[in-house]
Design a protein. Structure first.
Length: 356
């Protein structure tokens, strides 16, 4: 769907900028909704399928790229970047973590963004498993009630984690299970929202006269979110399974999602749609590319890397170039090795051969 592709494209730009910039206000604003946005989109796109069939599809879509990019970027970091930068990260721990899939930057020194892929895989499989089981037992009459119950349980779990101040940063669970309450909450919200939003989004495009209205609402909402984050001093980091306030986090995620969706519908940009379709590759590639660009640009400009990242103009320039390089990687891999980026084109081709 074009609007959701655009939304993913907008979201992945925020991911790269959020990982590049060291402007505290900007980063806090981005982190308050950018990863919830991806889980909400995934929940909106949920399709009930046979469990094993879905498992195979999602494994190809998410786990194959995870293992490939995790291994390649680890080799690059361990053999080259770690020695040049004098990083103290543990190579054995990073290697073992490709299998353990524990979130946290210390466990992914080569590529911190990789936690998202196994986390999304576990979230989608668990949701499908529970959804299918409950429906088969007819324990809950309405489909939406399953998602609503899961969302409630997830939110209460987040409140409990926050209230008891659990030492999650020291006890990371395998396969990002410590992030599951957060990811499941937003995934379920996406499923619930799809029941109301999808019928409108599947209709013809809004009239041109409404584009300006949607854009104004979207911009106003994102601006309001910036003010909201500052007033509440909200901090959110799903990679660390942490938030300063679960209630404010939920409000910020919903406001950021709705505002971004309105803005993307208004823009109706093919470039954003393309970036959305390439978002998985960009997610997996941008971290090491960004680090190299920051190092090279700092040398050229004679600046400290911290000062460069604190400058919004330079941070945005690094973001644009990083995304361009990631897109080039995506196009090359989609042409020669689509399975390694979870391309649906490869999946369809494989199915066609199987039928033949």
């Amino acid at each position: 769907m074009a609007a959701l592709d655009s939304l993913r494209g907008f979201g992945i730009l925020l991911v790269v900028l959020g990982h590049t910039s060291w402007s505290a206000g900007l980063v806090s604003w981005i982190f308050s909704f950018h990863m919830p946005l991806f889980f909400i989109i995934s929940g909106m796109l949920f399709h009930e399928r046979q469990f094993l069939d879905s498992f195979k599809r999602k494994a190809i879509r998410l786990l194959v790229p995870y293992v490939f990019f995790g291994t390649v970027t680890l080799a690059y970091w361990a053999l080259i970047e770690r020695r040049l930068r004098g990083d103290e990260g543990s190579v054995p721990n990073a290697l073992a973590n490709i299998v353990l899939a524990r979130a946290g930057s210390d466990n992914y020194p080569q590529n911190a963004a990789l936690w998202f892929l196994p986390c999304l895989f576990v979230t989608e499989m668990l949701f499908l498993g529970i959804f299918t089981f409950v429906k088969s037992k007819r324990a809950i009459r309405y489909d939406w009630a399953v998602a609503a119950t899961l969302a409630t349980v997830s939110f209460l779990s987040i409140i409990a984690m926050h209230s008891f101040d659990l030492p999650i940063d020291r006890l990371r669970l395998p396969w990002a299970l410590d992030i599951l309450p957060f990811s499941m909450l937003f995934y379920c919200i996406g499923y619930l929202l799809s029941r109301f939003l999808m019928p409108y989004m599947q209709k013809s495009k809004p009239k041109a006269s409404l584009h300006a209205v949607y854009a104004a609402i979207g911009m106003a909402g994102l601006g309001l979110l910036r003010v909201f984050d500052e007033l509440t001093r909200l901090s959110v980091n799903l990679n660390d399974a942490s938030t300063s306030n679960p209630f404010w986090m939920l409000c910020a995620a919903l406001l950021g999602f709705i505002s971004s969706l309105m803005l993307c519908i208004a823009i109706d940009c093919r470039l954003l749609q393309f970036l959305g379709r390439a978002s998985l590759t960009i997610m997996c590639v941008h971290e090491p590319v960004k680090r190299v660009l920051i190092f090279v640009m700092a040398k050229i400009l004679g600046m400290n890397t911290d000062a460069l990242r604190a400058n919004l103009v330079y941070a945005m320039l690094v973001t644009v170039v990083t995304v361009a390089i990631c897109v080039a990687v995506h196009l090359i891999m989609d042409r020669f090795a689509p399975v390694l980026i979870g391309s649906s084109r490869h999946n369809l081709a494989s199915q066609g051969k199987a039928r033949a």
